[in-house]
Design a protein around this ligand. Structure first.
Ligand SMILES: *Cc1c(COP(=O)(O)O)cnc(C)c1O
Length: 394
């Protein structure tokens, strides 16, 4: 081991430990679901992105098991070599149909999709306008592209318009946003973004990772939620959240966009194809998401109930309708202390602190699922009620 590297990393880790503490990842036992085994405890899970409860759906798991037996585990090759199976094409067609696009290109994750898409589509004469709170994978993907970059303040349409007006000389103006922002659970101001895109002839790119399957009457996502189907030029999303939670991501859009991505996106070309059993699982999950609007209705009802219960307890809950519920516990270690108190009461929900959110905007992020039973929601509310003792002592 190189001594200089070792010494530098040890010093930096010590420094990080002293400043913010080092994150230690929880080890979960047993399958994903509304209840998790953690360190010998059983916790009700309000920390996952399993919005429709499909990660533990027997139909999804059975389909994956059967595919594993019939198709084997991995394909040990990329899509462009001998890694493409018939199910990859069927999954891409199902994704395109779900989100209302002409075609979709499967990636290993949405992180990969975002890393590849901007470099594949843009050049040095283009300007990208990126919301300040966009996901890390969008930030990194935009950095990898040769285009110019401008960051606009979160959801600030006036600032975005000023930028667009000043970029008339660009070949393409490209506006990039999360559909739903993962820290605040707020939905992008898509009507305003679509209007600006129309007025300034801009390309609109939306990462709908927290919205695909969740928002809109048929689960098509943020655009359907606003009645703006067909107005997003390039959509990226994940199969690792509402759509079964296995793994995988995609770029969806018009045929020319997706064909270009298939030809040149580096995380599409230079990586192993998705394991067929995972593709079958996602395909099955999409089928359920499409034919079961009652799951979205249950999710909305669960979310409304818990949002109301937490507000009634006197907590500051950021307004919204998405199943991401940010419970603000501003300052010091309050959010962490309340999260620990919840855990003692059998509820798993994480505290988010600086640098993940700004100092003073510490919070607990509660994530609701259609799979949560009324008793589990009541358990969470009761735990938050008892945690008020922590607040009283603070
Ligand atoms: C979760 C998430 C991703 C990453 O998705 P993976 O498929 O897990 O890589 C990308 N973008 C957004 C907005 C996300 O919330």
């Amino acid at each position: 081991m190189n001594a200089a590297l070792l010494q530098r990393l040890r010093t930096e880790l010590d420094d990080r430990r002293a400043r913010t503490g080092l994150r230690r990842d929880l080890v979960v036992s047993g399958p994903q679901g509304p209840v998790l085994g953690v360190d010998g405890e059983t916790l009700v899970n309000f920390a996952a992105n399993d919005y429709l409860g499909l990660a533990a759906d027997p139909e999804v798991l059975d389909a994956a098991q059967q595919a594993l037996r019939e198709l084997g585990l991995g394909v040990t090759a990329g899509r462009v070599l001998c890694g493409t199976r018939e199910v990859h094409g069927r999954l891409e067609a199902a994704i395109a149909e779900l989100v209302g696009a002409e075609d979709a290109a499967l990636h290993g994750s949405c992180f990969d999709a975002n890393l590849g898409v901007f470099d594949a589509l843009l050049g040095p004469d283009d300007v990208v306008f990126s919301d300040a709170l966009n996901h890390a994978s969008l930030i990194d993907g935009i950095r990898l592209a040769p285009a110019r970059r401008r960051v606009f303040p979160h959801a600030d349409l006036d600032e975005l318009e000023r930028g667009l007006a000043g970029a008339a000389d660009a070949r393409h103006r490209v506006v990039v946003t999360d559909g739903v922002f993962s820290m605040d659970g707020d939905i992008a101001p898509l009507p305003g973004l679509c209007e600006l895109a129309r007025r300034y002839d801009a390309v609109l790119v939306v990462d709908d990772s927290h919205a695909t399957g969740v928002l809109g009457a048929t689960g098509a996502g943020t655009a359907e939620h606003f009645g703006l189907a067909g107005r997003v030029d390039v959509l990226t999303g994940t199969l690792g959240k509402a759509l079964g939670g296995g793994a995988g991501g995609f770029v969806a859009g018009s045929r020319a966009v997706v064909s270009t991505v298939r030809q040149v996106s580096r995380p599409y070309v230079f990586t192993n194809a998705m394991a067929p059993a995972l593709a079958v699982a996602a395909l099955t999950a999409i089928g359920i998401a499409r034919r079961r609007p009652d799951l979205r209705e249950r999710l909305a009802a669960n979310t409304a109930w818990l949002r109301g219960a937490l507000r009634d307890l006197g907590y500051e809950v950021l307004p919204g309708e998405h199943p991401i519920i940010p419970v603000m516990l501003r300052g010091g270690s309050l959010a962490r202390d309340v999260s620990a108190a919840l855990r003692r009461d059998g509820v798993l929900a994480f505290a988010l602190a600086h640098p993940v959110v700004p100092a003073g905007a510490e919070r607990i992020r509660v994530q609701v699922s259609a799979a949560h039973t009324p008793a589990q929601l009541e358990l969470a509310a009761a735990a938050f009620a008892r945690a008020r003792a922590v607040l009283a002592a603070a």
